[in-house]
Design a protein around this ligand. Structure first.
Ligand code: SAM
Ligand code: SF4
Length: 458
Protein backbone atom coordinates (compact mmCIF):
# COMPACT_ATOMS: atom_id res chain seq x y z
CA UNK A 1 0.00 0.00 0.00
CA UNK A 2 1.15 3.53 -0.76
CA UNK A 3 1.43 6.12 2.02
CA UNK A 4 -0.70 9.16 1.30
CA UNK A 5 -1.11 12.52 2.97
CA UNK A 6 -4.65 13.70 3.69
CA UNK A 7 -5.10 15.09 0.15
CA UNK A 8 -4.80 11.57 -1.29
CA UNK A 9 -1.44 12.31 -2.95
CA UNK A 10 1.13 9.48 -2.59
CA UNK A 11 4.05 10.75 -0.46
CA UNK A 12 6.69 9.19 -2.70
CA UNK A 13 5.63 11.48 -5.58
CA UNK A 14 6.42 14.65 -3.62
CA UNK A 15 10.00 15.20 -4.85
CA UNK A 16 9.58 14.11 -8.46
CA UNK A 17 9.48 17.62 -9.88
CA UNK A 18 12.37 19.07 -7.86
CA UNK A 19 14.39 21.38 -10.11
CA UNK A 20 11.95 20.87 -12.98
CA UNK A 21 9.31 22.98 -14.72
CA UNK A 22 5.82 22.08 -15.92
CA UNK A 23 3.50 23.81 -18.42
CA UNK A 24 -0.27 23.27 -18.66
CA UNK A 25 -2.19 24.08 -21.84
CA UNK A 26 -5.98 24.13 -21.42
CA UNK A 27 -8.75 23.94 -24.01
CA UNK A 28 -12.50 24.10 -23.47
CA UNK A 29 -14.98 24.96 -20.77
CA UNK A 30 -14.84 26.16 -17.16
CA UNK A 31 -14.84 22.56 -15.88
CA UNK A 32 -11.61 21.99 -17.84
CA UNK A 33 -10.16 25.22 -16.47
CA UNK A 34 -10.94 23.97 -12.99
CA UNK A 35 -9.40 20.54 -13.70
CA UNK A 36 -6.25 22.34 -14.86
CA UNK A 37 -6.18 24.23 -11.54
CA UNK A 38 -6.23 20.85 -9.78
CA UNK A 39 -3.45 19.56 -12.07
CA UNK A 40 -1.42 22.71 -11.27
CA UNK A 41 -1.77 22.03 -7.54
CA UNK A 42 -0.88 18.34 -7.96
CA UNK A 43 2.24 19.39 -9.88
CA UNK A 44 3.15 21.80 -7.07
CA UNK A 45 2.73 18.94 -4.57
CA UNK A 46 5.32 17.09 -6.66
CA UNK A 47 7.60 20.15 -6.43
CA UNK A 48 7.35 21.19 -10.09
CA UNK A 49 7.64 24.94 -10.82
CA UNK A 50 5.05 26.37 -13.18
CA UNK A 51 6.03 27.82 -16.55
CA UNK A 52 3.87 29.26 -19.32
CA UNK A 53 6.49 28.30 -21.91
CA UNK A 54 6.36 24.71 -23.26
CA UNK A 55 9.87 25.23 -24.66
CA UNK A 56 11.37 25.46 -21.18
CA UNK A 57 9.17 22.77 -19.59
CA UNK A 58 10.27 19.29 -18.46
CA UNK A 59 6.62 18.21 -18.34
CA UNK A 60 3.84 19.45 -20.65
CA UNK A 61 0.20 18.69 -19.83
CA UNK A 62 -2.43 19.30 -22.52
CA UNK A 63 -5.98 19.35 -21.15
CA UNK A 64 -8.19 18.72 -24.18
CA UNK A 65 -11.77 19.54 -25.25
CA UNK A 66 -13.91 17.26 -27.44
CA UNK A 67 -17.14 19.27 -27.71
CA UNK A 68 -16.33 20.34 -31.28
CA UNK A 69 -13.79 19.36 -33.96
CA UNK A 70 -11.85 22.66 -33.86
CA UNK A 71 -10.26 22.26 -30.40
CA UNK A 72 -9.42 18.64 -31.29
CA UNK A 73 -7.58 19.81 -34.42
CA UNK A 74 -5.65 22.35 -32.34
CA UNK A 75 -4.47 19.57 -30.02
CA UNK A 76 -3.29 17.42 -32.96
CA UNK A 77 -1.40 20.38 -34.38
CA UNK A 78 0.24 21.16 -30.99
CA UNK A 79 1.26 17.55 -30.53
CA UNK A 80 2.84 17.61 -33.99
CA UNK A 81 4.88 20.66 -32.99
CA UNK A 82 5.98 19.12 -29.69
CA UNK A 83 7.73 16.27 -31.55
CA UNK A 84 10.63 18.70 -32.21
CA UNK A 85 10.81 19.59 -28.49
CA UNK A 86 10.93 15.91 -27.58
CA UNK A 87 13.78 15.32 -30.05
CA UNK A 88 15.76 18.18 -28.47
CA UNK A 89 14.95 17.04 -24.93
CA UNK A 90 14.33 13.26 -24.79
CA UNK A 91 13.49 13.35 -21.05
CA UNK A 92 10.60 15.75 -21.68
CA UNK A 93 7.32 14.18 -20.50
CA UNK A 94 4.22 14.93 -22.58
CA UNK A 95 0.85 14.14 -20.96
CA UNK A 96 -2.55 14.48 -22.65
CA UNK A 97 -5.74 14.51 -20.59
CA UNK A 98 -9.35 15.77 -20.76
CA UNK A 99 -12.41 14.98 -22.85
CA UNK A 100 -10.58 13.82 -25.99
CA UNK A 101 -8.57 11.17 -24.19
CA UNK A 102 -11.52 9.81 -22.19
CA UNK A 103 -12.74 8.32 -25.50
CA UNK A 104 -11.18 4.99 -26.41
CA UNK A 105 -10.85 5.70 -30.13
CA UNK A 106 -9.26 9.13 -29.63
CA UNK A 107 -6.92 7.84 -26.92
CA UNK A 108 -5.81 5.12 -29.35
CA UNK A 109 -5.41 7.71 -32.14
CA UNK A 110 -3.14 9.86 -29.93
CA UNK A 111 -1.18 6.81 -28.74
CA UNK A 112 -0.56 5.55 -32.29
CA UNK A 113 -0.19 8.82 -34.20
CA UNK A 114 1.94 10.68 -31.61
CA UNK A 115 4.52 8.19 -30.34
CA UNK A 116 6.24 10.98 -28.36
CA UNK A 117 3.26 11.28 -25.99
CA UNK A 118 4.20 9.52 -22.73
CA UNK A 119 0.99 9.66 -20.72
CA UNK A 120 -2.64 9.56 -21.84
CA UNK A 121 -5.19 9.93 -19.07
CA UNK A 122 -8.93 10.53 -19.19
CA UNK A 123 -11.04 12.91 -17.12
CA UNK A 124 -11.64 10.33 -14.38
CA UNK A 125 -7.93 9.59 -13.78
CA UNK A 126 -7.18 13.05 -12.34
CA UNK A 127 -6.64 11.83 -8.72
CA UNK A 128 -4.11 9.30 -10.05
CA UNK A 129 -2.13 11.96 -11.94
CA UNK A 130 0.87 12.10 -9.52
CA UNK A 131 1.27 8.30 -9.46
CA UNK A 132 1.03 8.11 -13.25
CA UNK A 133 3.68 10.82 -13.70
CA UNK A 134 5.86 8.92 -11.20
CA UNK A 135 5.50 5.73 -13.25
CA UNK A 136 6.46 7.52 -16.48
CA UNK A 137 9.40 9.21 -14.73
CA UNK A 138 10.64 5.81 -13.63
CA UNK A 139 10.67 4.87 -17.33
CA UNK A 140 7.97 2.29 -17.01
CA UNK A 141 6.95 3.02 -20.61
CA UNK A 142 4.03 4.84 -22.13
CA UNK A 143 0.85 4.76 -20.07
CA UNK A 144 -2.82 4.97 -21.02
CA UNK A 145 -5.34 5.32 -18.14
CA UNK A 146 -8.88 5.96 -19.36
CA UNK A 147 -10.84 3.85 -16.86
CA UNK A 148 -14.35 5.17 -16.15
CA UNK A 149 -14.15 4.49 -12.43
CA UNK A 150 -15.01 7.84 -10.79
CA UNK A 151 -12.29 7.88 -8.09
CA UNK A 152 -12.96 10.27 -5.19
CA UNK A 153 -11.87 13.84 -5.96
CA UNK A 154 -12.64 15.27 -2.50
CA UNK A 155 -9.61 16.80 -0.80
CA UNK A 156 -7.58 17.21 -3.99
CA UNK A 157 -5.68 20.52 -3.87
CA UNK A 158 -6.50 23.45 -6.19
CA UNK A 159 -4.24 26.29 -7.33
CA UNK A 160 -6.69 29.04 -8.16
CA UNK A 161 -5.77 31.23 -11.10
CA UNK A 162 -7.36 34.27 -9.42
CA UNK A 163 -6.86 35.28 -5.76
CA UNK A 164 -10.49 36.44 -5.40
CA UNK A 165 -12.64 34.44 -7.89
CA UNK A 166 -12.94 30.65 -7.82
CA UNK A 167 -14.66 27.84 -9.71
CA UNK A 168 -16.47 25.42 -7.44
CA UNK A 169 -17.84 22.22 -9.04
CA UNK A 170 -21.08 21.03 -7.46
CA UNK A 171 -22.07 18.23 -9.84
CA UNK A 172 -19.90 16.21 -12.23
CA UNK A 173 -21.10 14.46 -15.39
CA UNK A 174 -24.34 14.65 -17.36
CA UNK A 175 -27.31 12.32 -17.84
CA UNK A 176 -29.10 14.27 -20.56
CA UNK A 177 -27.72 12.82 -23.79
CA UNK A 178 -28.57 15.72 -26.06
CA UNK A 179 -28.20 14.03 -29.43
CA UNK A 180 -25.29 16.24 -30.62
CA UNK A 181 -23.23 16.20 -27.44
CA UNK A 182 -20.22 14.14 -26.40
CA UNK A 183 -20.17 15.31 -22.76
CA UNK A 184 -22.12 12.39 -21.18
CA UNK A 185 -19.63 9.97 -22.80
CA UNK A 186 -16.53 11.76 -21.55
CA UNK A 187 -17.64 13.09 -18.16
CA UNK A 188 -19.76 10.11 -17.09
CA UNK A 189 -23.02 9.93 -15.13
CA UNK A 190 -24.15 12.74 -12.82
CA UNK A 191 -22.45 12.74 -9.41
CA UNK A 192 -23.41 15.50 -6.95
CA UNK A 193 -20.90 16.51 -4.31
CA UNK A 194 -22.25 16.41 -0.78
CA UNK A 195 -23.58 19.63 0.72
CA UNK A 196 -21.03 19.25 3.52
CA UNK A 197 -18.06 19.14 1.11
CA UNK A 198 -19.30 22.10 -0.93
CA UNK A 199 -19.97 24.23 2.17
CA UNK A 200 -16.55 23.32 3.58
CA UNK A 201 -14.82 24.37 0.36
CA UNK A 202 -16.86 27.59 0.11
CA UNK A 203 -16.01 28.47 3.73
CA UNK A 204 -12.31 27.80 3.06
CA UNK A 205 -12.43 30.06 0.01
CA UNK A 206 -14.16 32.86 1.94
CA UNK A 207 -11.57 32.54 4.75
CA UNK A 208 -8.79 32.92 2.15
CA UNK A 209 -10.33 36.17 0.87
CA UNK A 210 -12.22 34.93 -2.19
CA UNK A 211 -15.26 37.13 -2.83
CA UNK A 212 -16.79 35.34 -5.83
CA UNK A 213 -17.51 31.69 -6.51
CA UNK A 214 -19.00 30.16 -9.65
CA UNK A 215 -20.79 26.88 -9.05
CA UNK A 216 -20.11 24.52 -11.93
CA UNK A 217 -22.10 21.69 -13.43
CA UNK A 218 -23.23 20.65 -16.91
CA UNK A 219 -26.72 21.04 -15.52
CA UNK A 220 -26.67 22.57 -12.04
CA UNK A 221 -30.46 22.10 -11.79
CA UNK A 222 -29.87 18.35 -11.42
CA UNK A 223 -27.90 18.94 -8.23
CA UNK A 224 -28.87 16.65 -5.36
CA UNK A 225 -31.10 14.09 -7.11
CA UNK A 226 -28.48 11.36 -6.57
CA UNK A 227 -27.72 12.21 -2.92
CA UNK A 228 -29.19 10.52 0.16
CA UNK A 229 -29.87 13.91 1.72
CA UNK A 230 -33.05 15.63 0.57
CA UNK A 231 -31.54 18.69 -1.08
CA UNK A 232 -31.73 20.46 -4.43
CA UNK A 233 -29.93 23.32 -6.17
CA UNK A 234 -32.04 26.18 -4.72
CA UNK A 235 -31.35 24.77 -1.21
CA UNK A 236 -27.64 24.77 -2.01
CA UNK A 237 -27.73 28.40 -3.18
CA UNK A 238 -29.55 29.47 -0.03
CA UNK A 239 -27.06 27.61 2.17
CA UNK A 240 -24.08 29.25 0.41
CA UNK A 241 -25.71 32.68 0.57
CA UNK A 242 -25.16 32.69 4.33
CA UNK A 243 -21.36 32.46 4.10
CA UNK A 244 -19.87 35.72 5.22
CA UNK A 245 -17.32 37.23 2.78
CA UNK A 246 -18.71 35.58 -0.35
CA UNK A 247 -20.21 38.60 -2.04
CA UNK A 248 -21.01 37.00 -5.37
CA UNK A 249 -22.31 33.52 -6.08
CA UNK A 250 -22.66 32.57 -9.74
CA UNK A 251 -23.68 29.29 -11.32
CA UNK A 252 -23.59 27.61 -14.72
CA UNK A 253 -25.03 25.91 -16.71
CA UNK A 254 -28.82 25.68 -16.24
CA UNK A 255 -30.83 23.33 -18.45
CA UNK A 256 -34.18 24.93 -19.34
CA UNK A 257 -36.07 21.64 -18.94
CA UNK A 258 -35.75 21.60 -15.17
CA UNK A 259 -35.26 25.18 -14.06
CA UNK A 260 -37.74 25.42 -11.20
CA UNK A 261 -39.79 28.28 -9.76
CA UNK A 262 -37.89 27.67 -6.51
CA UNK A 263 -34.61 28.43 -8.30
CA UNK A 264 -36.01 31.71 -9.65
CA UNK A 265 -37.18 32.56 -6.13
CA UNK A 266 -33.78 31.68 -4.64
CA UNK A 267 -31.92 33.91 -7.13
CA UNK A 268 -34.40 36.68 -6.39
CA UNK A 269 -34.13 36.48 -2.60
CA UNK A 270 -30.54 35.41 -1.92
CA UNK A 271 -28.70 38.72 -1.94
CA UNK A 272 -25.27 37.32 -2.82
CA UNK A 273 -26.53 35.23 -5.73
CA UNK A 274 -25.93 37.14 -8.97
CA UNK A 275 -28.76 37.95 -11.37
CA UNK A 276 -27.54 35.98 -14.36
CA UNK A 277 -28.78 32.78 -16.00
CA UNK A 278 -26.78 31.06 -18.72
CA UNK A 279 -29.64 29.15 -20.26
CA UNK A 280 -28.71 27.48 -23.56
CA UNK A 281 -31.66 27.21 -25.97
CA UNK A 282 -29.68 25.66 -28.89
CA UNK A 283 -32.46 26.13 -31.49
CA UNK A 284 -35.75 27.99 -32.03
CA UNK A 285 -37.33 25.18 -34.04
CA UNK A 286 -39.52 22.70 -32.17
CA UNK A 287 -38.76 20.05 -34.77
CA UNK A 288 -34.99 20.43 -34.27
CA UNK A 289 -35.28 20.74 -30.46
CA UNK A 290 -37.03 17.38 -30.43
CA UNK A 291 -34.32 15.68 -32.52
CA UNK A 292 -31.74 17.33 -30.27
CA UNK A 293 -33.48 15.64 -27.30
CA UNK A 294 -33.71 18.91 -25.38
CA UNK A 295 -37.12 18.13 -23.77
CA UNK A 296 -38.68 21.60 -24.14
CA UNK A 297 -40.40 23.60 -26.88
CA UNK A 298 -39.61 27.13 -28.01
CA UNK A 299 -42.88 28.27 -26.41
CA UNK A 300 -41.90 26.73 -23.04
CA UNK A 301 -38.46 28.30 -23.28
CA UNK A 302 -39.83 31.78 -24.08
CA UNK A 303 -42.38 31.45 -21.28
CA UNK A 304 -39.59 30.51 -18.86
CA UNK A 305 -37.43 33.53 -19.63
CA UNK A 306 -40.50 35.77 -19.39
CA UNK A 307 -41.11 34.40 -15.89
CA UNK A 308 -37.45 34.93 -14.90
CA UNK A 309 -37.48 38.53 -16.11
CA UNK A 310 -40.79 39.30 -14.44
CA UNK A 311 -39.44 38.01 -11.09
CA UNK A 312 -35.87 39.31 -11.04
CA UNK A 313 -35.24 42.96 -11.90
CA UNK A 314 -32.03 43.56 -13.88
CA UNK A 315 -31.49 39.86 -14.60
CA UNK A 316 -29.27 38.97 -17.58
CA UNK A 317 -30.02 35.92 -19.70
CA UNK A 318 -27.35 34.50 -22.01
CA UNK A 319 -27.58 31.45 -24.23
CA UNK A 320 -25.87 28.96 -26.53
CA UNK A 321 -27.09 28.28 -30.07
CA UNK A 322 -26.15 25.58 -32.56
CA UNK A 323 -26.37 26.44 -36.25
CA UNK A 324 -26.57 23.79 -38.98
CA UNK A 325 -27.79 20.80 -36.99
CA UNK A 326 -28.43 17.85 -39.37
CA UNK A 327 -31.62 18.35 -41.36
CA UNK A 328 -31.99 22.00 -40.31
CA UNK A 329 -34.13 23.57 -43.06
CA UNK A 330 -34.13 27.28 -43.85
CA UNK A 331 -37.54 27.43 -42.10
CA UNK A 332 -36.05 25.88 -38.91
CA UNK A 333 -33.23 28.40 -39.02
CA UNK A 334 -35.73 31.25 -39.45
CA UNK A 335 -37.42 29.95 -36.28
CA UNK A 336 -34.07 30.33 -34.48
CA UNK A 337 -33.72 33.88 -35.81
CA UNK A 338 -37.23 34.77 -34.66
CA UNK A 339 -36.54 33.22 -31.26
CA UNK A 340 -33.47 35.37 -30.70
CA UNK A 341 -35.46 38.45 -31.74
CA UNK A 342 -38.13 37.52 -29.18
CA UNK A 343 -35.77 36.39 -26.43
CA UNK A 344 -33.46 39.41 -26.68
CA UNK A 345 -30.55 37.66 -24.96
CA UNK A 346 -27.93 39.84 -23.32
CA UNK A 347 -25.45 37.72 -25.23
CA UNK A 348 -25.34 34.36 -26.98
CA UNK A 349 -22.55 32.01 -28.00
CA UNK A 350 -23.27 30.52 -31.41
CA UNK A 351 -21.58 27.38 -32.69
CA UNK A 352 -21.45 25.61 -36.03
CA UNK A 353 -22.79 22.09 -35.51
CA UNK A 354 -19.82 19.72 -35.32
CA UNK A 355 -20.53 15.97 -35.69
CA UNK A 356 -19.23 14.04 -32.65
CA UNK A 357 -18.43 10.35 -32.92
CA UNK A 358 -20.73 8.05 -30.88
CA UNK A 359 -23.50 10.66 -30.66
CA UNK A 360 -26.94 10.06 -32.20
CA UNK A 361 -26.89 13.21 -34.35
CA UNK A 362 -23.63 12.23 -36.06
CA UNK A 363 -25.44 9.21 -37.51
CA UNK A 364 -28.17 11.32 -39.14
CA UNK A 365 -27.86 11.25 -42.92
CA UNK A 366 -28.79 14.85 -43.74
CA UNK A 367 -25.62 16.66 -42.61
CA UNK A 368 -25.39 20.24 -43.92
CA UNK A 369 -22.57 21.67 -46.02
CA UNK A 370 -19.99 24.00 -44.46
CA UNK A 371 -21.14 26.78 -46.81
CA UNK A 372 -24.73 26.66 -45.56
CA UNK A 373 -23.62 26.48 -41.91
CA UNK A 374 -21.18 29.40 -42.29
CA UNK A 375 -23.76 31.57 -44.03
CA UNK A 376 -26.37 30.89 -41.33
CA UNK A 377 -23.91 31.57 -38.51
CA UNK A 378 -23.07 34.93 -40.07
CA UNK A 379 -26.75 35.89 -40.33
CA UNK A 380 -27.45 34.82 -36.76
CA UNK A 381 -24.44 36.67 -35.36
CA UNK A 382 -25.39 39.89 -37.14
CA UNK A 383 -28.79 39.85 -35.45
CA UNK A 384 -27.52 38.83 -32.00
CA UNK A 385 -24.73 41.45 -32.07
CA UNK A 386 -27.28 44.17 -32.80
CA UNK A 387 -29.53 42.90 -29.99
CA UNK A 388 -26.63 42.68 -27.49
CA UNK A 389 -25.75 46.30 -28.21
CA UNK A 390 -29.38 47.40 -27.87
CA UNK A 391 -29.80 45.50 -24.58
CA UNK A 392 -26.53 46.94 -23.25
CA UNK A 393 -27.68 50.46 -24.21
CA UNK A 394 -30.52 50.14 -21.70
CA UNK A 395 -27.84 50.45 -18.99
CA UNK A 396 -26.64 53.88 -20.15
CA UNK A 397 -26.41 56.39 -17.28
CA UNK A 398 -27.20 53.69 -14.73
CA UNK A 399 -24.87 53.03 -11.80
CA UNK A 400 -23.86 49.43 -11.35
CA UNK A 401 -21.67 47.40 -9.01
CA UNK A 402 -18.47 46.05 -10.59
CA UNK A 403 -15.98 43.51 -9.25
CA UNK A 404 -12.63 44.61 -10.70
CA UNK A 405 -10.55 41.93 -12.48
CA UNK A 406 -7.57 44.26 -13.00
CA UNK A 407 -5.97 46.42 -15.72
CA UNK A 408 -7.68 46.12 -19.11
CA UNK A 409 -5.82 43.81 -21.54
CA UNK A 410 -6.14 46.29 -24.41
CA UNK A 411 -5.20 49.44 -22.47
CA UNK A 412 -3.56 49.29 -19.04
CA UNK A 413 -4.77 52.84 -18.31
CA UNK A 414 -8.23 51.30 -17.91
CA UNK A 415 -9.48 48.80 -15.34
CA UNK A 416 -11.82 45.95 -16.27
CA UNK A 417 -14.47 44.23 -14.21
CA UNK A 418 -17.82 42.45 -14.28
CA UNK A 419 -21.27 43.59 -13.21
CA UNK A 420 -23.40 41.21 -11.14
CA UNK A 421 -25.14 40.37 -14.43
CA UNK A 422 -21.68 39.31 -15.78
CA UNK A 423 -21.21 42.17 -18.24
CA UNK A 424 -17.68 43.34 -18.95
CA UNK A 425 -17.06 47.00 -17.99
CA UNK A 426 -13.99 49.13 -18.77
CA UNK A 427 -13.41 52.32 -16.81
CA UNK A 428 -10.63 54.71 -15.95
CA UNK A 429 -9.57 54.63 -12.27
CA UNK A 430 -6.08 56.11 -11.93
CA UNK A 431 -5.22 53.29 -9.51
CA UNK A 432 -5.22 49.49 -9.45
CA UNK A 433 -8.48 48.30 -7.89
CA UNK A 434 -8.03 44.57 -8.60
CA UNK A 435 -10.35 42.47 -6.43
CA UNK A 436 -12.40 45.41 -5.18
CA UNK A 437 -16.11 45.99 -5.64
CA UNK A 438 -16.82 49.52 -6.86
CA UNK A 439 -19.71 51.43 -8.43
CA UNK A 440 -19.48 52.53 -12.06
CA UNK A 441 -21.84 54.77 -14.04
CA UNK A 442 -22.27 53.44 -17.59
CA UNK A 443 -21.35 55.99 -20.27
CA UNK A 444 -21.09 53.89 -23.44
CA UNK A 445 -22.62 50.57 -24.54
CA UNK A 446 -21.06 48.26 -27.11
CA UNK A 447 -21.85 44.71 -28.26
CA UNK A 448 -19.30 42.94 -26.05
CA UNK A 449 -18.67 45.46 -23.27
CA UNK A 450 -19.61 48.66 -21.53
CA UNK A 451 -17.55 51.76 -20.77
CA UNK A 452 -18.09 53.66 -17.56
CA UNK A 453 -16.92 56.15 -14.93
CA UNK A 454 -16.12 55.11 -11.41
CA UNK A 455 -18.36 56.79 -8.85
CA UNK A 456 -17.55 55.05 -5.56
CA UNK A 457 -15.34 52.40 -3.98
CA UNK A 458 -17.24 50.14 -1.55
N1 SAM B 1 -24.17 21.53 -20.31
C1 SAM B 1 -24.28 22.71 -20.99
C2 SAM B 1 -25.62 22.75 -21.71
O1 SAM B 1 -26.41 21.87 -21.61
O2 SAM B 1 -25.86 23.72 -22.36
C3 SAM B 1 -23.11 23.03 -21.91
C4 SAM B 1 -22.37 21.93 -22.54
S1 SAM B 1 -21.35 22.22 -23.91
C5 SAM B 1 -19.77 22.08 -23.18
C6 SAM B 1 -21.45 23.91 -24.29
C7 SAM B 1 -22.14 24.22 -25.57
O3 SAM B 1 -21.46 23.63 -26.66
C8 SAM B 1 -23.55 23.69 -25.68
O4 SAM B 1 -24.49 24.48 -25.05
C9 SAM B 1 -23.77 23.66 -27.18
O5 SAM B 1 -24.30 24.87 -27.66
C10 SAM B 1 -22.36 23.48 -27.73
N2 SAM B 1 -22.17 22.16 -28.32
C11 SAM B 1 -22.20 20.96 -27.72
N3 SAM B 1 -22.03 19.97 -28.62
C12 SAM B 1 -21.88 20.56 -29.82
C13 SAM B 1 -21.67 20.09 -31.14
N4 SAM B 1 -21.60 18.78 -31.41
N5 SAM B 1 -21.54 20.99 -32.15
C14 SAM B 1 -21.63 22.32 -31.90
N6 SAM B 1 -21.83 22.82 -30.68
C15 SAM B 1 -21.96 21.97 -29.65
FE1 SF4 C 1 -24.27 18.13 -23.43
FE2 SF4 C 1 -26.91 18.34 -23.18
FE3 SF4 C 1 -25.44 17.41 -21.13
FE4 SF4 C 1 -25.30 20.00 -21.83
S1 SF4 C 1 -27.12 18.91 -21.04
S2 SF4 C 1 -23.60 18.63 -21.37
S3 SF4 C 1 -25.51 19.92 -24.05
S4 SF4 C 1 -25.71 16.42 -23.10
Amino acid sequence: MTDKDNSGIPNETSGIGTGKKAAIITFGCQMNEHDSEVIAALLESMNYCHTTSPEEADLIVINTCAVRQKPEDKVSSLLGKFLELKKEKPDLIIAVTGCMTQQEDLAAYIRDRFQHVDLILGTHALPRFPSLVAMVTEHKGRIVDIKEDYPDREGLPVTHSSPFKAWLPVIYGCNNYCSYCVVPYVRGRERSRSLKDIIREANDLAAKGFVEITLLGQNVNSYGHDLDENIDFPDLLLALNGISGLKRIRFMTSHPKDLSDRLIEAVKTAENVCEHFHLPVQSGSNRILEIMNRSYTREQYLELIKKIRASIPGVAITSDLIVGFPGEEESDFLDTLSLIEEARFDNAFSFLYSPRKNTAAALLSDQLSATVKDERLKRLNEIQHRISKEVNSELLNQSTEVLVDGPSKGDAAFQTGRTRSNKLVHFSAGQDLTGQIIVVRITEAKTWNLQGEMTEVN
